[in-house]
Design a protein around this ligand. Structure first.
Ligand code: IMP
Length: 166
């Protein structure tokens, strides 16, 4: 669906927007494991301003369908007050995970809070959520590669593929 060079180009564009918007703000990037690890690494390498990084994990998703029930967030720092936080997701599907995370982080009064996602499925979104930085808007197919998995497999693929469900 999306090749590695196209991904790299898009990541550079998002990073340059962040470099411009967050200069002197020392933003804190919070990556959502496991899916966002490659996107986060590539994005972070293209960010040239002072910045910090952290990772969290949310448990809720099995197989092909979002369960809709976001259970808990692991590893969230308690020092987010006054920080400029950018949450980095692999994909926003129903929007359940991202909305839950943004609400949890907002409780700590960050100075600003934005959401960056590599992939966005606008037709699948059930929540009132619009990511601030979007790599690619895609159709509501199940995709794997570049960090995204199907039951643990496919994260190591360099390109993004639509899963053949048959
Ligand atoms: P949401 O809460 O429904 O927006 O789902 C978010 C999470 O579901 C993502 O962080 C992924 O882990 C997973 N997910 C949603 N769609 C896909 C997909 O097409 N491929 C792989 N994982 C997906």
């Amino acid at each position: 669906m999306i090749g590695s060079s196209e991904i790299a180009q898009r990541v550079k564009i998002i990073a340059s927007e962040i470099n411009r918007e967050y200069e002197s703000k020392n933003p804190l990037f919070i990556g959502v494991l496991n899916g966002a690890f490659l996107f986060m690494a590539d994005l972070f390498k293209e960010v040239s301003i002072s910045c910090e990084i952290g990772f969290i994990r949310v448990s809720s998703y099995n197989g092909l369908q979002s369960s809709g029930a976001v259970k808990n967030v692991i590893g969230l720092s308690e020092n987010l007050s006054g920080r400029h936080v950018i949450v980095v997701e692999d994909i926003v599907d129903t929007g359940e995970t991202a909305l839950f995370l943004l609400e949890e982080i907002r409780k700590q009064n960050p100075a600003t809070l934005k959401l960056a996602t590599l992939l966005f499925k606008p037709a699948s979104v059930k929540k009132n959520i619009k990511p601030d930085y979007i790599g690619f808007e895609i159709e509501p197919a199940f995709v794997v590669g570049y960090g995204l998995d199907y039951d643990g497999q496919g994260r190591n693929l360099n390109d993004i593929y639509v899963l053949n469900e048959t």
